[in-house]
Each structure stands twice: as C-alpha cells, then as structure tokens.
Unconditional design. Sequence first.
Length: 299
Amino acid sequence: MTTIIDGKQVAASVIDAVKSAARELEQDAGVKTGLAVVIVGDDPASHAYVSSKSRMAKECGFTSIQHTLPEETTQEELAALVQTLNADDTIHGILVQLPLPKHLNSEPIIQSILPEKDVDGLHVVNAGKLATGDLDGGLISCTPAGAMVLVRGIHGDDLSGLNAVVIGRSNLFGKPMAALLVNANATVTTAHSRTKDLAAVCRNADILVAAVGRPEMVKADWVKPGATVIDVGINRVLAPEKGEGKSRLVGDVAFEECAKVAGAITPVPGGVGPMTIAMLMANTVIAAYRKSGRKAPKF
Ligand SMILES: Nc1nc2c(c(=O)[nH]1)N[C@@H](CN(C=O)c1ccc(C(=O)N[C@@H](CCC(=O)O)C(=O)O)cc1)CN2
C-alpha cells in the first residue's frame, strides 16, 4: 500500500521540538530567540506565507518582528534595514521573503545578511558549507531541509545504494536538495529542462523529487514502482468543478495517478509546504543556540 506522507504531522513534531529547545535556551541562558521577517510589496501569496511565519515564530516562543515595506522601497532602503537587523543582538534570524518586486535585486540583499543569521540558508557561505559536506556548521535552506526530513522518515539516514533524481536546479531548492541527498550517500542525478528523455531518467529513481514549477508534469509512467515521490511544486490552477473562477493547488506531480505506482508520496497541499516553515523555526533556534555558545539541537 502506498504511504501518503503527512507533512503537516511531521512539521508539527518539528515545531514541538523547536518550542522545547527555545524554552530551554530561555530558561538556562536567558536568551529569547528572535526572528525578523521582511516583506516588500503587495503579493498576496507572499503576505500569507509571511503571516504564517510570524505567527509560528510567536507560537514557538520567539521574539517575532515583521517589517512590511511598500512596493516602492528602494534597494538602498532594503539594504539599510538588513544592516540594522544584522547589528541587532536580539535578532538571531533574518528572512527576506522572495520574490522581491521586479525593480529590486534579491542577490546582493541575501548576500548582505550575516551568514549566521541567514535562516533561509541562501548566503554563499551557507550554500558552500552544504556543498562541501559541512552540515552542522551552517544553515540549510528550509524547503530542502524539510524535504530531507520526509525522505529520512521513509528511508532512514543512510541512502546507500539508492538512486535519487531531483528535477530542478534552483539555488533555493534543487542544488541544496541534491547536496543533501549526496551527503546521505544516495546516487544523485540533477535533471532539468535540458535533460534528454526526462521520463526515462525519472524512472530510474528510487527517490524522485520534483521542483519544476509545472503543474502535474510528472506522470505515473515516470515513476519507478515503489519509489518515494517528493513533490515540491505549489501551483494554483483553475478548478471549474469547484465553481466559476475557483482554483485549487496542485503540485508538479500528477498525484492521483502517481500514487498508484509510488511506494510513498507527498500530497500538495500538506506535504513539503508545511515543512518549509517548520525548518525555518528550527534554523532560527539553531542560530540562537550558536550565538549563545551552546551546542545547537538537531532536527
Ligand atoms: N525567503 C523565502 N521566500 C520564499 C520561500 C522560502 O523558503 N524563503 N519559499 C516559498 C514560499 N514559502 C515560504 O516562504 C512557502 C510556500 C508554501 C508553504 C506551504 O505551507 N504551503 C501549503 C499550501 C499553502 C496554501 O494553501 O497556499 C502546502 O503545501 O501544504 C509554506 C511556505 C517562496 N518564497
């Protein structure tokens, strides 16, 4: 029988562990974990994600600060805010919600966050530590870290002998996900839009991770029987069956048909998505432990 991986449940157990860790740090060292979330502009989806992050940070017992900047914010104004947060000792984690409005360049902003406060794991120092196998020294990008927790829940810590295929090569997801899988001893292929015979490449995967941003692109005949399928896509598509103008969320995997072939599969919603916010909380409390000189917990 196919296992439907419950990301909400796994995320809730990560959050419980984060709450305990934050409470202990406050009781033992008098340090209250602090997260600053920065959002620029009016994108409704980004506002929804940021509200969830701020709310969850409060639930975890953190100091939670949200900076909501107008659409017309300049590069210099945003950079100045990051510098202020870098210098603020009560803030252990800084997150700039992506995407930024088109007139802003996200890369120099992300690279200006102190690596030890970069709870999104996007700074080159953190990306470099992951790429060189230093998983305990830096901060790992939240969505791949969360996807990896789900993979470990099915296969355990050691993926020796397993073939993994990651479809997508973004800095936010594909590259760090591939690095995490290699680190766990999987044999990893990174596939992308220029890959020849993508379906055949995917059929070789014991662990298939889809992060392409194309609704329901991965079909049942791309999936090796019994494989673990991790769907990172979040696509809003029209759903006329729900009524005129209504929409629904789908992943990059055609769930119903792939679930009949896979051994384990994540749904959308309720799979990898909830793990992103849970791992952000985990990274923030890790950053606070490190700042206090204490051994950081593992999640
Ligand atoms: N600075 C960042 N920006 C963005 C990131 C990120 O990790 N850091 N990731 C995405 C958006 N994102 C968090 O910011 C995010 C996306 C989806 C979910 C989630 O829980 N999705 C639910 C469905 C939610 C819905 O109904 O719309 C699910 O899959 O179950 C959480 C966080 C881009 N920007």
